[in-house]
Design a protein around this ligand. Structure first.
Ligand code: URA
Ligand code: CA
Length: 441
């Protein structure tokens, strides 16, 4: 087989065979095919696309390029949630304990956040001594004991994706449906959970800026999951403005604790209920959505989800006093108020720009080795559709660097678009994608 012929075939808009896909993934991973040939192939894929069969084969080849994590020793039906990336998305820290408190194992191995979206592992590290690196044995043991385990990838998962992603990044071939879907799903499917819910974000703070594209990506990913023999569903959800109020690592841990105590932001809690009810149904824990919702609400009312977070922290060597007393979490030296100079309603609040502002404050990574300021971030006091008066506080900036804080203050003033009330109220969820197709909300 020759790489030249594979490139030519895709250039001429023909379908690649399973063997051809296996060939280039394997030989690019072990460095026998040069970057320029794979770059040419990706551009041909970008222009002529891949069909569902090719996309599934690509995903399988990427999984086979590295190790898979066998989780069959975890009792019961294990579930996982994956978000395609958003701003202020604190969901995992709330949903995980809620699901575990319903006696369904919630297990997740993740990579770290990059760019304007945050990562769960970084958030957890604002809890003193919390260990995100667990051996697979410990990961499984904890899941069997307390139904929840969250850790970083220890095994060599999809090395092909690492090389592909770096190449796509510099050759303008990132935003192709098959390449995105195979990249995300290969990393998920290499880890042996039984059921996966995908939270596909759409809007200013997401990869997908419009609903049609997000639905297509969700469909593509669900098809890959199903094709690989895993129960997979997706919700397409709003990322036009940040989720909840807090953006930043320690601030989001605090927000998760508040939510688990029943005092969280409405949108964040609602999303956890919606994702959670689908997961409980997938796991076979309940038979109806109503039963799922009442079980989930009860984990908050009874404090059992909060207790589950305490257990998680304890089992991963963290200091539980940081949960019991969130004032111990890393705190910034300066908290600066952003006040409104206008009266009206918040019309929009660009999530990506808010994410970038938090990044400027040090809440995220610009490169893989940037050091995060765990205390830095933004707390929104007004969100889209909220009424504001002149002088009302729109947001609080948490920063250890007063100059950066002042720069971000003027950004945030500019980002709050205030005017007449929006004609349509914002939506949290746009649609559900399952093996039976798309259901629009
Ligand atoms: N996230 C990924 O992991 N891969 C992509 O291609 C896009 C987003
Ligand atoms: Ca948040």
């Amino acid at each position: 087989m020759r790489m030249y012929d594979i490139i030519k075939k895709k250039r001429d808009n023909e379908e690649l065979t399973t063997q051809e896909i296996d060939y280039f993934v394997e030989n690019y991973t072990n460095n026998t095919i040069p970057d320029y040939q794979v770059a040419a192939l990706f551009m041909a894929i970008f222009l002529n696309k891949m069909n569902r069969r090719e996309t599934l084969d690509l995903t399988k080849a990427m999984i086979n390029s590295g190790d898979s994590v066998n989780l069959s020793k975890i009792n019961g039906k294990k579930v996982d949630k994956h978000s395609t990336g958003g701003v202020g998305d604190t969901t995992t820290l709330i949903l995980g304990p809620m699901i575990a408190a319903c006696n369904v194992p919630f297990v997740k191995m993740s990579g770290r956040g990059l760019g304007h979206t945050g990562g769960t592992l970084d958030k957890l590290e604002s809890i003193k001594n919390f260990k995100v690196e667990l051996s697979t044995e410990k990961f499984i043991k904890n899941a069997n004991k307390i139904n929840i385990s969250l850790c970083s990838q220890t095994a060599n998962i999809t090395p092909a994706d690492k090389k592909f992603y770096a190449l796509r990044d510099v050759t303008a071939t990132v935003d192709n449906l098959s390449l995105i879907a195979s990249s995300i799903m290969s990393k998920k499917l290499a880890i042996g959970t039984d059921a996966i819910i995908l939270d596909v974000k759409v809007g200013s703070g997401a990869f997908m800026k419009n609903i049609d594209d997000a639905l297509k990506l969700a469909e593509e990913m669900v098809n890959i999951g199903l094709g690989y023999g895993r129960e997979t569903i997706a919700l397409v959800t709003n990322m036009d403005e940040p989720l909840g109020n807090a953006i930043g690592n320690a601030l989001e841990v605090k927000e998760a604790i508040q939510t688990l105590k029943g005092h969280g932001p409405k949108d964040l809690y609602e999303l956890c209920l919606q994702l959670g009810s689908k997961l409980l149904l997938l796991a076979g824990r309940v038979q109806s959505k109503d039963d799922a919702l009442s079980l989930l609400r009860n984990t908050i009312r009874s404090n059992s989800a909060y207790e589950k977070l305490i257990e998680l922290v304890k089992y991963q060597d963290g200091d539980i006093s940081y949960i019991e007393n969130p004032d111990l979490l890393p705190k910034a030296n300066h908290i600066i108020k952003v006040k409104s100079e206008k009266k009206g309603y918040v019309k929009s609040l660009n999530a990506e720009e808010i994410g970038k502002a938090a990044l400027t404050l040090g809440a995220g990574r610009i490169t893989m080795d940037s050091v995060i300021d765990l205390s830095a971030g933004i707390v929104l006091n007004k969100k889209v559709d909220d009424k504001v008066d002149i002088g009302d506080t729109l947001a609080y900036i948490h920063s250890n660097d007063i100059d950066k804080a002042m720069d971000v203050k003027s950004d945030i003033e500019r980002l709050y678009i205030i005017g007449d009330k929006n004609k349509e109220t914002k939506k949290l969820i746009y649609g559900l994608i399952t093996k039976d197709g798309i259901e629009l909300y």
